[in-house]
Design a protein around this ligand. Structure first.
Ligand code: ADP
Length: 517
């Protein structure tokens, strides 16, 4: 595994790069001058923080906002990275501590308020240190025409000349004039490598489907694309083997790939996939890094990925040649449960677990999106101007209905049984199905018993799944996955908020025969 990917996982706790990050990280780590334009929220800080760990010495970060610097320093320290800030908001002790870490050569990142550059002392001090990189956050602050002009930013040019180290500049401001001015002021002698890439991959068609009969769904998807190279991502090693067998039996050329195979077998699989036309690989996420096949025509997920970042990275392996490519991601309540428990049972500290739940929620929001999927995906990465027309929801708009009533009934069933039961039992209660278990617990006596007879069992399953997707209910890891209500559900329960659900998944569920009640 590449060093950057390892650091990404071990230090920052992320399972995949965001769009654009990896190329920038590579360029900065290699010591090239870089100007990167990324939308706000796109994940700029990682693009200098990670290279800072890969390069020797200390990285100086110029940033205009004290609060932002302090946040970043706190987060880095929490991740075990030596970082400090010199700003006017420091206490004397803080400044002392930063100095001593700096002189000991322990500090990896030094955040500096631009005013500091005006002091001769600071410049002298930096000259004596082993500075390996200058990172400039909010680089548009050097632009005199911009709204955020900070005169002290003009001193960065001198600093750079004095230290003779590469500069990596970042901004979300993309207009050409500002860019030119940044280049002129920060890179007067040599233009930097510029990264200005939208995150959209317009040739990739996006689609999600509720998991119904996953093997059949994947086989049908592959059958419609016979002879094309594709990847099926699976949640387990065993599934890669069984699915590749099923694909072969269905007349495809398919192989499997996972981290448990010995290195030789993996290499052979990679080479075959790279060289043969129309081969399908059923793989875990271990497959893909370093796979550089331009004509992968489709990527399917037999199981829900880990996060929205992982999703983007995995589907992004399709259609690198720019020709049309298709994707399909299957998801169901079991996936949601599995991904939640992986987060809850991990060893990450509580804040990181919360962030991981947030990233999973973002993916679930995408899975349960009510309108354009591409817009939902790219908005998450900070893009605002989005045209699509190439996703399942643009092809066939979702039919949406007011699900408030159904959700309130379901929440009431959750609460009246004191958050001790899973969806199956709750649906028995809602649909008035007096099973032995329902009777034994006296749940046929609850006011909620039978209030949901207007929906079929399958329809209720879709409601519960969407409720999990909206993070209104979560499986409780301490209660064998019994569903508990989250804070997000309170306003709906209290009648202060409404919720729209998708009808089409329910309609699809209705097409099937409901099991005997
Ligand atoms: P900005 O581009 O606005 O400076 P930040 O660097 O603050 O954005 O990143 C925005 C958010 O994205 C942060 O919460 C950060 O933790 C998160 N983030 C950055 N990179 C990744 C990644 N590869 N995977 C998941 N989350 C990420």
């Amino acid at each position: 595994m590449a060093e950057s990917t390892e650091l990404l996982r071990d230090v920052f706790g992320f399972d995949a790069f965001r769009p654009g990050q990896e190329e920038i990280v590579d360029a900065v780590a290699a010591g090239r001058d870089v100007l990167a334009i990324m939308p706000t929220g796109g994940g700029k800080s990682l693009c200098f923080q990670l290279p800072a760990l890969m390069r020797g010495g200390v990285t100086v970060v110029i940033s205009p906002l004290i609060a932002l610097m302090r946040d970043q320093v706190r987060a880095l320290r929490a991740a075990g990275v030596e970082a400090g800030a010199l700003t006017s908001a420091n206490t004397e002790e803080e400044t002392e501590a930063v100095w001593s870490a700096l002189t000991d050569g322990r500090l990896k990142l030094l955040y500096l308020a631009p005013e500091r550059l005006a002091s001769v002392g600071t410049q002298d001090m930096l000259r004596r240190m082993d500075v390996s990189l200058i990172a400039v956050d909010e680089a548009h602050c050097v632009s005199q025409w911009g709204h955020d002009f900070r005169p002290d930013y003009l001193r960065i040019g001198d600093l750079r000349a004095a230290l003779d180290v590469p500069v990596a500049a970042f901004t979300a401001t993309a207009d050409a004039e500002t860019r030119e001015e940044i280049v002129a002021r920060l890179f007067p002698h040599h233009p930097p490598e510029q990264f200005l890439r939208g995150f959209d991959r317009p040739n990739i068609h996006l689609a999600f489907a509720a998991k119904d009969q996953p093997r059949r769904q994947i086989l049908a998807f592959a059958a419609a694309r016979k002879g094309q190279s594709g990847i099926v991502y699976c949640g387990t090693r065993a599934k890669t083997e069984s699915l590749s067998r099923a694909l072969n039996e269905a007349g495809h050329a398919a192989i499997h790939y996972h981290g448990g195979m010995d290195p030789d077998a993996r290499r052979i699989a990679e080479t075959r996939f790279q060289q043969e036309d129309g081969l399908i690989v059923a793989a875990t996420v271990a497959f893909g890094m370093g796979v550089d096949k331009p004509d992968i025509r489709w990527v399917a997920h037999a199981d829900l990925p880990k996060s929205i970042e992982a999703y983007y990275q995995e589907i992004g392996r399709a259609g690198r040649d720019g020709a049309p490519a298709e994707t399909l991601t299957l998801f169901g309540p079991d996936d949601i449960r599995l991904r939640r428990s992986q987060i809850d049972e991990g060893l990450a500290p509580p804040e990181r677990r919360m962030a991981d739940h947030g990233r999973l929620n973002a993916l679930l929001g995408l899975a349960e999106a009510l309108d354009c999927r591409r817009a939902t995906l790219l908005r998450y990465f900070g893009e605002t101007e989005i045209t699509c027309g190439k996703c399942d929801l643009c092809d066939r708009p979702a039919e949406v209905f007011d699900g408030t009533e159904a959700v309130r009934k379901a929440l009431s069933a959750v609460l009246r049984t004191e958050e001790w039961f899973g969806a199956g039992h709750l649906i028995d209660i809602l649909t008035g199905n007096a099973t032995d278990k329902v009777q034994a617990r006296g749940h046929d006596q609850l006011p909620t018993f039978g209030v949901g007879r207007d929906l079929t069992r399958n329809e209720w399953q879709a409601v519960f799944r969407q409720m999990m997707g909206h993070d209104l209910i979560r499986p409780n890891p301490d209660r064998h996955g019994a569903l508990t209500m989250t804070e997000a559900a309170r306003p709906i329960l209290r009648g202060e908020d409404t919720i729209r659900l998708r009808r089409d998944t329910i309609a699809a569920a209705k097409d099937r025969r409901a099991p005997a009640r």
